[in-house]
Design a protein. Structure first.
Lengths: 401, 256
């Protein structure tokens, strides 16, 4: 076919000067590689966001004692969040559960001679429902446990394993602080928290037991809210904030002594980790493609003026204007497609390396490759048309001189 | 074959009009070997460009093989050049990075129908100009005479109606020039129509007919009584042992 024969003429020019071809490809290589890495990190981040948010709960709002911006409550010294606050929040329309939790970190837990440290959560029965976090074996915290200040606990997967190894923890006794507890259940494993901590390193005890017997305190660490309709999350979050402002006598700009966090806040926090890098790499990808395109166009323009006699000869021997155009556009497209292949390979390699050697979430898929094909074709076309047109418009009589 | 009637070409640059061809008329029949002669500035290059369909006249008629060329658009002219005309230039105009064979195949790339036996045809014409053993060589590995023979093979590969040669021996030493002329004369004996444009009367004397241009007009159109025989002249130099001159010269370029 004539078109293919002419396109092949465009390809032969690439092999004749490999350094020139490399310079023409360089921008596309860097651009596509950066693009591939950006998209791999982007996809990885979104996957992580979904995972973390699903751990947090799509219908969840957390009220955390203490101000600031992290998701974890400060250690013990903020005493303003109370059971009465939880009662008041429960009255807000659209809330299914609002369950109060007291908490203490770094509590020693012993089973015989084995000792470990864990975070103790003192909860009410609906805590399980609010977190959708149930006992893997044994029983959950019951209403009786709370009213009777029972010395029973559920162990998270981590302390259960640390203390008892392969032995079933259920029915065993552990000493938490100075109090002996019966292990009435072992919690399902939840893995890593939105902030990257081990969710399974915990012991769960009845709220009253915790506040009266173990911690001896009246304040809460957090109130976990589950709303009926996820669409109401932000509205209810605002109401909770207003209610607590009123109850705690805080008027902004005065600093809050609590935080209200929704699933959307969690997503934002997780995205923040890789956001900066992504923005940087996206800029690099765009810039490389653009600069690479301009370089490509200039080299092609130079090449056209160097090859004026060749173009004249081709026209004389029967090449039509559009044949010359096709030849030079093919050269441009071939260069960018070749650069795209090299860049994709580099980008995949870099993504794989990032995934292997850093904490960055990286997910490879066909998407960056598809985008690379599209963007390199766009660059090749856009920056190739001008030189190709210039070549095609040369008049054979003048070009042969 | 070629019918030119009152052909005119005037170059306009700004308000300045420069008439280069001022009404040229002649006919060239199929199978003729014609030299168009003139000193530089007489319009012979312009005439060559018009005959080669590389440029359009500003007046007059040009019929090539019965078709009116003046009416054709650029694409049609390209096809006409491809199918009907074989070009040979003073500077050879070969693709430096392509082998002799690739250079000869070049016109076929632009052919409407690429012949199935393209490569065989290219080999055949290369062999016909005595380059059977040089097909893979690049122009830089060939002598000037050999390069011009590659160009002739390239002009022949499309089996054109006419061969247009513009100062084909201008860049060659005397013997290489004679070789080229010998090839033209042989092609002429085989029935080709050949037009050679030259400023050199000695070259023109190898043709059967000489058209002399001066100041944009034909001042002489005569038959050559006894055209010189290039092949005999070559043998007279006494340096060639074989009776096939082209092959003999071809072997001198590079040791086997």
């Amino acid at each position: 076919m004539r078109l293919l024969r002419i396109a092949r003429e465009g390809l032969t020019a690439l092999g004749t000067s490999k350094l020139r071809t490399f310079f023409m490809m360089a921008g596309t290589i860097v651009g596509v590689a950066a693009l591939t890495v950006v998209m791999a990190i982007g996809a990885g981040t979104e996957r992580m966001v979904m995972k973390r948010v699903s751990v947090f709960g799509f219908r969840a709002i957390m009220v955390i004692a203490g101000g600031g911006s992290t998701l974890t409550p400060p250690q013990g010294d903020v005493v303003t969040l109370t059971l009465a606050d939880a009662e008041a929040i429960r009255e807000i329309a659209g809330i299914e559960i609002a369950t109060p939790t007291a908490m203490k970190r770094g509590v020693a837990v012993k089973a015989g001679a084995v000792q470990t440290q864990t975070t103790v959560f003192a909860v009410e029965p609906d805590w399980h429902e609010a977190w959708e976090w149930y006992a893997r074996s044994g029983e959950q915290t019951s209403a009786e446990d709370v009213t009777e200040m029972a010395r029973v606990c559920l162990l998270g997967a981590t302390p259960a394993h640390d203390l008892f190894g392969p032995v079933d923890a259920l029915g065993q006794y552990v000493q938490i602080g100075n109090v002996r507890f019966l292990v009435k259940g072992v919690l399902e494993s939840k893995g890593t928290s939105p902030m990257g901590t081990d969710m399974d390193n915990r012991a769960v005890i009845p709220l009253t037991t915790g506040m009266r017997r173990l911690f001896n305190q009246d304040h809460l660490a957090q109130i976990r809210i589950k709303v009926k309709d996820p669409n109401d999350l932000e509205a209810i979050g605002t109401k909770v904030r207003a209610l607590l402002h009123e109850r705690h006598h805080i008027t902004p700009p005065q600093e809050d002594d609590f935080q209200v966090r929704t699933a959307a806040d969690v997503a934002k926090l997780v995205r923040g980790i890789s956001g900066t890098l992504s923005t940087l790499l996206t800029a690099l990808a765009g810039l490389s493609l653009l600069v690479g395109g301009v370089v490509l166009m200039n080299i092609l323009l130079i090449s056209v003026s160097e090859r004026v006699p060749e173009i004249g000869l081709r026209r004389t021997l029967g090449g039509r204007e559009r044949d010359i155009f096709t030849q030079f556009l093919t050269e441009s497209l071939a260069v960018t497609l070749l650069g795209m292949l090299v860049g994709s390979a580099l980008g995949w390699g870099a993504s794989a390396a990032l995934s292997a050697f850093t904490e960055l979430p990286v997910t490879l898929s066909w998407r960056p490759f598809a985008l690379a094909v599209a963007s390199s074709l766009a660059v090749g076309l856009f920056f190739g048309i001008q030189p190709a047109r210039r070549a095609a418009r040369l008049r054979p009589v003048e070009a042969l001189r | 074959m070629i019918e030119v009637e009152n052909l005119e070409k005037t170059y306009v640059s700004g308000s300045l009009a420069t008439p280069v061809l001022k009404g040229v008329s002649f006919r060239i029949e199929a199978g003729e070997l014609v030299a168009i002669m003139g000193t530089s500035g007489t319009g012979k290059s312009t005439l060559m460009n018009l005959l080669g369909c590389l440029d359009a006249p500003t007046g007059g008629r040009y019929r090539l093989g019965g078709a009116d060329v003046v009416e054709l658009d650029d694409d049609a002219l390209s096809q006409l050049r491809n199918r009907r005309i074989g070009f040979v230039f003073q500077q050879f105009h070969l693709l430096a990075r392509a082998s002799a064979l690739k250079n000869v195949l070049l016109p076929l790339i632009y052919a409407e129908d690429y012949p199935a036996d393209a490569e065989a045809r290219a080999r055949r014409v290369l062999a016909a100009v005595g380059l059977a053993d040089r097909m893979g060589y690049r122009p830089s590995e060939l002598s000037g005479g050999q390069q011009q023979r590659v160009a002739i093979a390239r002009a022949l590969v499309t089996d054109p109606a006419i061969l247009l040669a513009d100062e084909p021996t201008g860049n060659l030493d005397r013997r290489s020039g004679l070789e080229i002329l010998a090839i033209f004369q042989r092609l002429h004996r085989e029935g080709r129509t050949i037009v050679v444009v030259t400023h050199d009367p000695a070259i023109a004397e190898h043709a059967e007919r000489v058209i002399v241009l001066r100041d944009g007009r034909i001042v002489e159109d005569r038959k050559v009584e006894n055209p010189r025989d290039a092949e005999r002249a070559l043998q007279a130099t006494g340096e060639l042992a074989e009776d096939e001159p082209a092959t003999a010269v071809a072997t001198e370029g590079r040791a086997q």
